[in-house]
Design a protein around this ligand. Sequence first.
Ligand SMILES: [Zn+2]
Length: 294
Amino acid sequence: MTSVAGEPDDLVRACTTLGEFELTILTDGSYYLDGGAMFGVVPKVMWEKRAPADAQNRIQLGTNTVVVRTGRHTVVVETGIGNKLPEKLRAIYDAKQLLPKSFAAAGIRLDEVDIVINSHLHFDHCGWNTTLNERGELVPTFPNARYFAHRGEVEHGRLQLERDAISYRSANYEPLLESGQMTLIDGSTSEIVPGISVECFPGHTAQTLAIMIDSSGKRACYISDLIPTAAHLDPTWVMGYDLDPVRCIAERRRFYERAIPEEWLVLFTHDHSTPMGYINMAENGKPLLRKITP
Ligand SMILES: [Zn+2]
């Protein structure tokens, strides 16, 4: 049984089964980023057909969290933007802070989650790792979960480099490291629990992780910011945000070499209306989405 949200305001973006696993795609709400930054060197006349821009040149994006129920574990991939951004930034991005409501809408309790995985530590991927509560305290959003992120991401964030310091907000991960609730991943592949593993696809950041979900011979892959939306399938349509765009092009090709013949269900991190789909190779050699309709 597969369903995809029909309305932009729906809090549950999609539900499907993968082998023995149940997948539910939740949202922290749509947000807005500059269209030029999202498509790098691609001219606007080309990208605006796929992603219409508003008067400020912003395009609508999603903040997709995937909940995987394996039967033994409840695994959360990515935690949106959260409720800790300063008001000025919250207004710029039009961040909606909906993820806890989205969990409630799906009937999933925050305290039943036992694993949380961050593909990388940019603020729009790990914002609800922690919650600023009514008393002004920073608490883990998922009190019973073990959190996972790549060690290289924490090390990079701590450098607070000119180029991307704004993306790394320590409140999203340092308290979890201090309490011992976050485990850091080393190397380029790692199994988290049976059926859930991660693999590095570098380029957006040096250690961006794809999350692989495997059950009964079927695979879904949360490819994160390597391919942020279904409008970014062309290997060369990489983002201005990518630290190494040339590597992104090579890594996308490496991804397609496996994802297309092996029929992976691709889960998109920032596509609000198309949270998942299968990819075909068109006759002109360009990857094409096979959309799953409601
Ligand atoms: Zn990112």
